[in-house]
Each structure stands twice: as C-alpha cells, then as structure tokens.
Design a protein around this ligand. Structure first.
Ligand code: GLY
Ligand code: MN
Ligand code: MN
Length: 433
C-alpha cells in the first residue's frame, strides 16, 4: 500500500477545490457474474487514485479547510461473522489507521451525516452522469438540506463536475506513479518474452494467454484488460479476445496484453511468427510497422502536439504501402483522403495510467494538446490486411501492431517497454533461444 501517494493526490485536489467546496466520490459497485457469484472487484480509478481503499460500498468526502478533518471516508463496518465467510474488511477504524482518513463512519450512516457536511459548503464537486444512482443520492442529500432550510440550514448552490479537475491531475504522473507504471511495464515485457519463447505450431491461443497470465500473477499483478491472442486471420480483428484457435505453422500471432500493478496499467502489443521465422511477405508488412513505431516514438517530446506521433506513423505507413503496391497515388493525396484507413483504421495511441485508455483531454481550446513531462501514452501503429483484400493476396491475413508505452520527459521521452524484442531480427533471436 502506498498511503503517501494517495495523500499527495488528495492534497493536490483539495487545493484546487478550495475552501467552501466539497468533493464526493463513490467506490465502484460489486457486479454479479452468475447467480450468487460476483465478478472480481476492481476499484474505481478515481476513487483509488485518491484513497487506495480497495473495498466496495464506500464513499470519499473531501472538505478542504474543515477544522475537524478534511478527509472523511464512509465504508462498510466490521462484521466478524460476515468476514468469516466473505473476507476481511478494514472498517472505519482501519480507514483512519491505515488509509489516512481524518474521520471515518459506517456507510449505513451516510444519509444522516453527509447532509451536515454539505451544509458547510457552497460548491459540490462530483463526477456527474456516470452513475445515475449515485447522482440521485447526491440530490437526495441536497433535498434533505432544502427541507431543513426553513429552520436555517444552508444549502450548497453550485454543482460542478469533478472530472475536469481530477482527470487533468491524473494525466500527469508523478515519480511514485511512474515507478508503478515501470513495474507494470516490466512485468508485461517479461510476459510477452515468455510467450515468444514458448510458442510453437500446434499450440492454442489460450495456451499463450495462460502463459501471459502466469507471468502477471507470479509477479503480483493481474491483467489491465483481457489479453488479445490472435493467430493468422484473427490478428486482423482489433478486439479479438476469444483466444480459442489453433496456432498454425506459417502464421503470425498478435498478442496485445498488459499487466495492472497496484492499479497502474501497461499496454503492449507484439506480433511474431508462430514457427519462429518470418516469411518474406510477413517481413514486408512487419518492418514497415516497426519503422512507423520508431518514427512515432521520436515525436514524443515536450512541445510537440498530441497528434504529431500519429501523423508520423501515418506518413511512414502510407509511403510504405505505396512502395509495396497496397495503395496507389501520392503520399500527400492518400493521407488527405485517409486512404491508409483501409489497412490502418485506428489511431496511434491513447493516454495510459490507472485506466488503460486513461483520462485526460486530447484537445484544449479545440487544438491538439501539447505534450508535457509526466504524460504517459501508447504508441501503437499497425497494419491489418484481411483475407480478400484486392491486389494484396500476398499479405492476406497478416495483422501486425507494435505497441509501446512512452512517458514524456523533460528532454524527450522514455520508453517504459524497452527491453522487449521489436525488430524481426530481435524476435527471431529470442524465439530461437
Ligand atoms: N489494449 C487496448 C489498446 O491497445 O488500446
Ligand atoms: Mn493501447
Ligand atoms: Mn493494446
């Protein structure tokens, strides 16, 4: 547990919310999987960012400047009998002792206590519209105060979406967060290497999936998103997650898999030949995507715009597709007409953090945002040539994406996923080892 990391985040947010404000955030709900079995619980990322508290049925309340305590946590009470069946709970005592709450109360008392905390405030900050049930509860608490207004209760009058402040904060990773992201990246690199080393024709996609998961879990991590393991034609389905087919001699396999470590995510993609040797046709597509990946990464530096890496990747891929004969025309015209989208239909990346597609605006004042130190993004160009593509028979069923995680630094960038083979040469070498 990193209580200090979360305390820093709360302090920073409370500075922005300021005196007279109150911020209210609910924990993620438990979800039923089947009958009385629940999905494994995953805390809401905003909630985790501010508290590190890992339980459902909890609410964070931040009241900057409140003399009796600025950080109040509502959570499930201890219940020894229940805990024997369903696992330990921290309870309000644990929330104070271990998670730095100034004050903590049983969640069942929230309707009695929260209106009183709101009464001292003018502005209510919460993530509106994401959870209608919670939105209604916030309004219920306000209405409780309204009913008491004739007996002198003060009712907050401004309601502000918390997302903007909080998500802009989350976009900039501090040193502690980067340490966790490096760890998530390192574990993911090892998992991809393991898959490359173990792969051979006759295995099934789910067996590589299992190897990846093994490497995540033995390092105290889980998956950041369900792994994609697509052999042959399956590599051309961007969100293929069935992972059920046989891996065939002569095919490529694409793996998009990343670990989540203490809440923070990695997101890596590589493709490699099932039998360990690239064919000439595979090499032609693959080497183009490697070049696009490297050129895009070069564009990651402070002062460049969010879209610069994407533009660089599109340029390399378009030029390369013309050289191969996959597209006909001039680079400028084909880019203007977005002809490349036939084989490269997604963007070159996204923010990365507690969420794999992390929060944070990509544009400010309608302009692509400037890259700044502390931002973490993926660089993930690809080419996908589905069966039946006209004039492209040589490359049918080849799908390649090469995805790395990159942090913007003061002087340029650092690739968190360095160390994972990327070129055809490096991949053939590790697969032969
Ligand atoms: N793994 C999801 C993505 O690459 O965006
Ligand atoms: Mn990604
Ligand atoms: Mn990915």
């Amino acid at each position: 547990m990193n209580a200090k990391i979360h305390a820093k985040h709360r302090k920073q947010l409370m500075r922005m919310v300021g005196d007279g404000g109150i911020a209210i955030l609910p924990a993620a709900p438990l979800r039923t999987r089947n009958r009385d079995v629940e999905y494994p619980f995953r805390q809401d990322s905003d909630f985790y960012y501010l508290s590190g508290f890992p339980e459902p049925e909890a609410v964070i309340v931040l009241v900057p400047g409140r003399a009796a305590g600025e950080y109040i946590l509502f959570c499930r009470d201890r219940d020894l009998e229940h805990e024997v069946w369903h696992g330990r709970r921290y309870g309000p005592e644990g929330a104070i002792e271990l998670f730095g709450a100034d004050d903590a109360f049983p969640i069942d008392d929230i309707d009695d206590i929260l209106p009183g905390l709101m009464e001292q405030c003018e502005r209510v900050y919460h993530t509106m519209g994401l959870d209608p049930t919670f939105d209604n509860r916030v309004m219920d608490w306000v209405n409780t105060l309204r009913k008491q207004s004739r007996s002198g209760a003060h009712v907050p009058y401004e309601f502000i979406s918390l997302d903007y402040l909080l998500h802009d904060m989350r976009l900039f990773k501090n040193r502690d967060e980067l340490r966790l992201m490096k760890k998530a990246a390192k574990i993911s690199v090892e998992a991809h290497k393991r898959a490359m080393q173990i792969c051979k024709p006759g295995m099934y996609e789910y067996q590589l999936d299992a190897e990846i998961l093994h490497e995540f879990q033995r390092n105290g991590a889980g998956w950041a998103y369900p792994s994609i393991v697509g052999g042959g034609a399956n590599a051309c389905i961007l969100h293929y997650t069935e992972n059920k087919d046989l891996l065939k001699d002569g095919d490529l396999v694409l793996i998009d898999a990343g670990a989540e470590y203490d809440g923070y995510d990695a997101d890596i993609t590589r493709a490699f030949p099932v039998n360990g040797r690239f064919s000439d046709a595979q090499k032609e597509i693959f080497e183009l995507v490697v070049e696009a990946n490297l050129e895009a990464i070069k564009q990651v530096k402070p002062g460049n715009h969010w879209n610069d890496p994407h533009n660089a990747a599109v340029k390399v891929l378009t030029r390369g597709m013309i050289e191969l004969g996959l597209l006909k025309g001039t680079v400028t015209k084909l880019i203007k007409e977005e002809a490349y989208k036939k084989y490269y239909m997604h963007r070159t990346g996204h923010w990365l953090g507690l969420d794999v597609h992390d929060v944070g605006e990509y544009k400010l004042d309608n302009e692509w945002r400037m890259l700044e130190p502390g931002m973490v993004l993926t660089i993930e160009p690809g080419l996908y040539i589905p069966h039946g593509s006209r004039g492209a028979k040589r490359w049918w069923d080849i799908g390649v994406r090469i995805e790395d995680d990159v942090v913007v630094t003061k002087d340029g960038h650092e690739v968190l996923t360095d160390g994972l083979p990327k070129t055809t040469h490096e991949i053939e070498a590790i697969m032969a080892s």
